[in-house]
Write a protein that binds this ligand. Structure first.
Ligand code: CMC
Length: 436
């Protein structure tokens, strides 16, 4: 069990129906303080109402810190820009899982362990073949990752720390293999086995783009770009899919089932599906001269259209991941000689216009990570249907680190929100013959 580092730093008071209630105010190491309402219902018979958890801290965590107003994102205290520039995805995985950057020997051991868990049970290939060929790769991912608990029974006992550790390694290591298999199945090509002599991201690119007739030569610039994309997506504190993983895990569900739940949540267009939606939007806009029409639609209250890749629940400033993403987008397009790409032109111009538009300024709507990731992933050769799969691959380590932290939390309880009920009050059952 982990020790709580939360400190009580003051008191808030609530006056309700003529009675005063004192509520402790808690502080972490950075970020806003929180009013502790755990005893409020017992003492005052009142709930708090916060749909979408906009003002609710659901847990104590020491993994990732975000200051949305300042545009800050840190993994275990390290700024995301530093990790994107200097770290590798696997090193960032080690950091997220263990809390510290690895020494050289720790890193070598970690790389060895992960690379020696990349193969999947051969029977899993048969499982894939049960899906329709035209199935969305995210539908396949949800199914296959959920099924892992049926293949790896020896790492589903969450009370055993060693089994938890092995399940974590298995998920991080097998995710690229499963994602590449989902891609290969989608495009009708044979599965490609992993190779242990390649790095994590290089191996993934090869499993996606190699065919028996021709091996794939990994381009270092492209591999670095994808590795950086993975770092940028690795964790994002208590976002919807991570909270889903924690909620699923709070009931004691096995790690494979929890990660499958996270993948299902990630799929939605307001979350991980936004990179696919952002690219489709840029394609739909097509040319720079059509941008004003789309900006006008985004501002129209009677039109459901939104600028995909803009806005964020937490960032009310430039998404710090979007900056690193933009650098990689340019590096990939330069390397591939695609700097005149019409989509990039639309993206750059759209960003410029939106950043100077009163509506977007007033609502603090800035480009988020998905704005540039779609263009980059397309240039790397991935179809749009794979974008969210790549996000899921990268986010797996964050989900696992958060799931592990939840299980070690001394205050851990099954997640069980309450509600403000507005349905009918008690009424009498009438037999069907008496109903009008
Ligand atoms: N285009 C136009 N207007 C927008 C947009 C947008 N992309 N995003 C928010 N708004 C407006 C919205 O209409 C609302 O206006 P009003 O106050 O007049 O009703 C206001 O801004 C606040 O929006 P909200 O929906 O209440 O904000 P939220 O925090 O609930 O939503 C969001 C955040 C990300 C779902 C939303 O900004 C959005 O739908 N963006 C487009 C989808 C997208 O890019 N998602 C990726 C998020 S980053 C990846 C990840 O971490 O998962």
């Amino acid at each position: 069990m982990r020790e709580s580092k939360i400190k009580t730093v003051g008191k808030a008071s609530l006056n309700y129906e003529g009675k005063d209630y004192e509520l402790p105010v808690l502080a972490g190491t950075q970020g806003p303080n929180a009013v502790d309402i755990r005893k409020l219902y017992d003492q005052a018979n009142i709930f708090t109402y916060d749909p979408g958890f906009t003002s609710t801290a659901s847990t104590e965590s020491n993994i990732t810190f975000i200051d949305g107003d300042k545009g800050v994102l840190q993994y275990r205290g390290y700024p995301i820009a530093d990790l994107a520039e200097h770290s590798s995805f696997l090193e960032s995985c080690y950091l997220l899982l263990n809390g510290e950057l690895p020494t050289k020997s720790q890193m070598e051991k970690f790389e060895y362990t992960i690379s020696h868990h990349t193969m999947v049970h051969e029977q899993l290939a048969t499982f894939f073949r049960g899906f329709r060929r035209d199935a969305h790769p995210m539908a396949v991912m949800c199914g296959v990752v959920g099924a892992l608990s049926a293949f790896y029974h020896d790492s589903t006992d969450i009370t055993d720390p060693r089994q938890r550790e092995i399940a974590s390694y298995r998920l991080i290591a097998k995710m690229p293999t499963i994602a590449a298999m989902a891609y290969k199945y989608h495009v009708g090509q044979p599965f490609v086995y992993p190779r242990n002599d390649l790095g994590y991201t290089e191996n993934f690119l090869r499993m996606c783009f190699s065919v028996p007739a021709e091996d794939y030569k990994v381009n270092k610039v492209l591999a670095k770009a994808l590795d950086t994309i993975f770092i940028l997506h690795a964790d994002h504190e208590q976002n919807a899919s991570t909270s889903t993983v924690r909620l699923a895990g709070s009931s004691g569900a096995n790690p494979f089932a929890c990660i499958a739940a996270g993948i299902a949540c990630l799929w939605g267009p307001a979350h991980g599906g936004a990179n696919e939606a952002a690219l489709k939007m840029l394609e739909e806009i097509g040319t720079v001269d059509r941008i004003p029409e789309y900006v006008k639609r985004a501002k129209d209250k009677n039109d459901s259209f939104r600028l995909m890749g803009f806005g964020h629940r937490v960032y009310k400033n430039y998404d710090p991941r979007a900056k690193a993403m933009q650098i990689q987008a340019h590096a990939v397009l330069d390397e591939l000689g695609l700097h005149d790409d019409p989509l990039l032109k639309v993206a750059v111009e759209l960003e410029k216009i939106a950043l100077h538009d009163e509506y977007f300024i007033e609502k603090k709507l800035y480009p988020n990570i998905d704005f540039y990731s779609g263009i980059t992933l397309k240039a790397l050769g991935f179809p749009t249907s794979m974008f969210t799969v790549l996000f899921a691959l990268a986010r797996t380590v964050g989900w696992i680190a958060q799931w592990k932290e939840m299980l070690e939390d001394p205050h851990q309880k099954i997640g069980r929100p309450r509600q403000v009920y507005t349905g009918p009050t008690e009424r009498k059952y009438e037999p069907i013959s008496a109903r009008k």
